[in-house]
Design a protein around this ligand. Structure first.
Ligand code: FES
Ligand SMILES: [Fe+2]
Length: 428
């Protein structure tokens, strides 16, 4: 369904769009962005329209809506969205906006319904979005068929749910197919969320992602995380030691024997997937490196699966181990405010208190998230200063950020109808 955005005569974003193009085209590759990208209201509005309003976003896991009528809802900026399980197990997504006078239909973040009933005047919708009931006062010639919920593009793969608010969403084939293959052993339809957390961070969403894309800060910030995780996950990384390379060869042979995918796979700069060994002897991201859940995920035969790390720009990174998984979702709330949701998942038959202790399971990532929150908030405070000027990323230790910003710049320029400078040819 195509909707023309309504442009006010003095739309301030018209000038801001051109300034954004100019800033991006003159941005020095390998350096952090100019200040407005991190703190300006207009740049935030452009991010919400052109990145979060166009790209495929991670919103949740299919196992969170296991049965017909289960739903999750969230707001992407000004756009409330509901994702639900309809008839025959199909996952559908709609704008969470009543077609009568526009009230938000569903106010809970998750739940189960037979039908979607608007709280304002009780217009009632079927789970496939059709309007079923609008009272008897709309007149004899009222056509229910004209007032169905507006659909949102949705795609599931490997237990992940992605949506795009675009009228014509970007191509999205190779990554879902790859994700299906990497995730098959985890059988995510038979998983469940054991525990979750929501952090509101006083920082721009790009600083959250930038912080996640490098482990340059890990040795100074993350003692709990480094009990199980290495600071690199790629044998091509300049930090990769001969011992790491030998461990990858050994574990890779084990995983090949189990027919579990593990090799580094990239889809452009938007997606990256690799299974990397944890520190030798550790099987899970816990305080002592031991399993947090006795029951393994999916069809896995061994707890010793390292960590399958999955990146999806602009808003998710994930760790899948043998016994549990940790998924992360980033949603901007303002130029300097971002929601980070973390969910810990286990096999659906694992029993709390017998197979796992949620407090023990969440400890390492609760600590790490809070440490990362402080780092990103301090980064924001310094960037807000008149003294800030873009600084250089390490071409090796911060390669992941350079890749993220190359992706961001290319996508933003493309959505703004401008050409990219030679992003990928430089210093790569
Ligand atoms: S706004 Fe939904 S029924 Fe009136
Ligand atoms: Fe960190």
């Amino acid at each position: 369904m195509t909707t023309q955005p309504i442009t006010l005569i003095d739309d301030p974003l018209v000038a801001a769009r051109q300034s954004t193009i100019d800033l991006l085209q003159s941005h020095r590759h390998g350096f952090s962005l100019p200040q407005p990208f991190y703190n300006d209201e207009r740049l935030h509005a452009i991010d919400m329209q052109e990145i979060f309003g166009q790209e495929w976003l991670f919103v949740g896991m299919t196992c969170e809506i296991p049965a017909k009528g289960n739903f999750i809802s969230l707001d992407i900026g000004d756009n409330p969205v509901i994702v639900l399980r309809g008839a025959e197990g199909k996952v559908a997504a709609f704008h969470n906006v009543c077609r009568h006078r526009g009230s938000r239909l569903c106010m809970k973040e998750k739940g189960k319904v037979a039908k979607l009933v608007c709280p304002y005047h009780q217009w009632t919708y079927e789970l496939d979005g059709r309007l079923l009931f609008a009272g008897s006062d709309m007149g004899d010639d009222f056509d229910l068929g004209e007032y169905g919920l507006k659909p949102v593009n949705v795609r599931t793969a490997g237990g992940f749910i992605f949506i795009s608010l675009a009228d014509v969403p970007p191509a999205f084939e190779e990554f879902p197919a790859t994700l299906d293959r990497y995730m098959a052993p985890y059988d995510m339809e038979n998983a469940k969320v054991a525990v979750e957390s929501t952090l509101i961070e006083e920082t721009n969403w790009k600083l959250v992602i930038e912080n996640n894309r490098e482990c340059y800060h890990c040795s100074g910030a993350h003692p709990e995380l480094l009990n199980s995780l290495m600071e690199f996950d790629d044998t091509e990384d300049p930090r990769a030691t001969p011992a790491y390379k030998a461990l990858v060869a050994k574990k890779g042979a084990d995983w090949d024997a189990q027919q579990v995918p593990w090799k580094m796979t990239r889809v452009g700069l938007q997606n990256r997937m690799t299974r990397t060994p944890l520190l030798d002897g550790a099987v899970s991201m816990t305080a002592d490196g031991r399993q947090a859940c006795r029951k393994l995920m999916g069809h896995l035969q061994s707890a010793d699966m390292g960590s399958l790390r999955i990146l999806h720009l602009p808003n998710s990174w994930n760790h899948f181990m043998g016994d549990h998984a940790v998924v992360f979702r980033v949603i901007p709330l303002g130029p300097q405010k971002t929601m980070v949701t973390t969910k810990w998942l286990v096999h659906k038959d694992a029993i709390e208190g017998i197979d796992y202790d949620p407090q023990a399971m969440r400890m390492v990532w609760d600590a790490t998230n809070d440490q990362d929150r402080k780092l990103a908030e301090e980064n924001q405070r310094g960037i807000n200063s008149k003294a800030y000027q873009p600084g250089p990323y390490s071409p090796t230790f911060e390669r992941g950020i350079i890749d993220f910003l190359d992706w961001y710049k290319e996508r933003l320029l493309s959505h703004l109808g401008a050409q990219s400078p030679q992003l990928y040819a430089v210093e790569s």
